[in-house]
Design a protein around this ligand. Structure first.
Ligand SMILES: [Fe+2]
Length: 341
């Protein structure tokens, strides 16, 4: 009996080295469980969903009933799971405008977020980066043709449970695209390039530990690390996505007036004053707004109205015209209270 226990312990120990944690959302759109799913139940790793099992409310409830609060797959199966989810993203991105556009848009946002998580796990993976680039570009084109999707997808994404480093890039880029379109100053090609720039500007956060991103009170070293994320983004993206040097400059300067999307305001002083173009200002302005109205682990999100008031305090005086245009766009699409204009 004792030998059996030792053998069991050895097996469990061996298994623990081969298991990779997954989130239930990585399984949601499959009809069947694509590989054996393990859970940690009563101090043991056990299969809680067998390969081929139908995925429905009952099978998911069974896992919850077992008390497996974290799920795992074998490392080889994990690669398979990622590929299968990426295939779904590619397929939905190729047929976005066919059928129910709202449902397609939501499903694509869901999978874009999932693939961004994969990219955060492995920012050097060319295939994952290229897939994300192509698919976010497809979404940009769809949004230009149907601006009314912006508030729908914005709210949908706000309601998801992705980490803010995953949802923030798209939240800010959704507002940016609608805002740029409503200014009537940009060609569709330029709007798409700026949409992509905004989306990828924070990919450098992938290098920073989440424990650091989730802290309210950062020490000097942590602040310094986070303030370098723009440079990390440039290093990750250079030569790997087809964006021109002007767009990389926007990434570099997207926190000229703020750090952490408005949570820590560090207005550039006279010595450090950086001359920035209108495009950088637009990218930064909507980034701050999106950050303020979405939750962080250490604070709630502000209302759109309160978020705009903060933007007005930070940038509104110097950039009145741009601010008014932002309010105008939000009033039109997000049914903003009149008091904010
Ligand atoms: Fe940023």
């Amino acid at each position: 009996m004792k030998e059996m226990n030792i053998l069991n312990s050895l097996r469990q120990n061996n298994l623990s080295f081969k298991l990779v944690p997954i989130h239930i959302r990585e399984l949601i759109y499959f009809q069947e469980v694509p590989c054996d799913i393990y859970g940690y139940v009563n101090e043991f790793f056990v299969v809680v969903m067998q390969k081929g099992l139908l995925i429905n409310k009952d099978s998911l409830q069974q896992v919850i009933n077992l008390g497996a609060d974290q799920l795992f797959v074998l490392d080889d199966d994990y690669k398979l799971l990622v590929k299968k989810n990426q295939k779904i993203l590619l397929e939905i991105s190729r047929s976005l405008s066919i059928g129910d556009v709202i449902a397609n848009g939501k499903k694509q946002v869901y999978y874009l977020s999932l693939n961004l998580e994969y990219l955060y796990q492995n920012p050097t993976d060319d295939e994952t980066l290229l897939l994300q680039y192509q698919c976010i570009k497809s979404l940009g084109r769809l949004l230009l043709a149907k601006l009314s999707l912006i508030p729908v997808l914005f709210q949908y994404l706000l309601d998801q449970t992705y980490h803010y480093s995953v949802s923030q890039p798209l939240l800010s880029s959704l507002i940016l695209l609608g805002y740029l379109k409503s200014t009537q100053q940009f060609s569709e090609k330029d709007i798409i390039s700026l949409f992509l720039t905004s989306y990828f500007k924070d990919i450098g956060l992938s290098i920073i530990p989440k424990t650091c991103l989730d802290k309210k009170d950062l020490n000097e070293e942590e602040k310094k690390l986070i303030s370098q994320h723009q440079q990390f983004s440039i290093e990750i993206l250079s030569g790997r996505i087809p964006l021109g040097v002007n767009y990389f400059n926007i990434i570099n300067n997207h926190h000229v007036h703020s750090l952490l999307g408005g949570d820590v305001v560090t207005k550039a002083n006279d010595q450090n004053e950086v001359l920035i173009g209108a495009e950088t200002l637009f990218v930064e302005m909507v980034d701050i707004l999106a950050a303020m109205i979405s939750k962080r682990p250490y604070r709630d999100g502000l209302t759109l109205y309160s978020g705009l008031q903060r933007i007005k305090d930070i940038l509104g005086k110097e950039h009145q015209q741009e601010f008014k245009l932002l309010v105008w766009f939000l009033q039109k699409f997000f049914k903003l209270d009149d008091k904010s204009s």
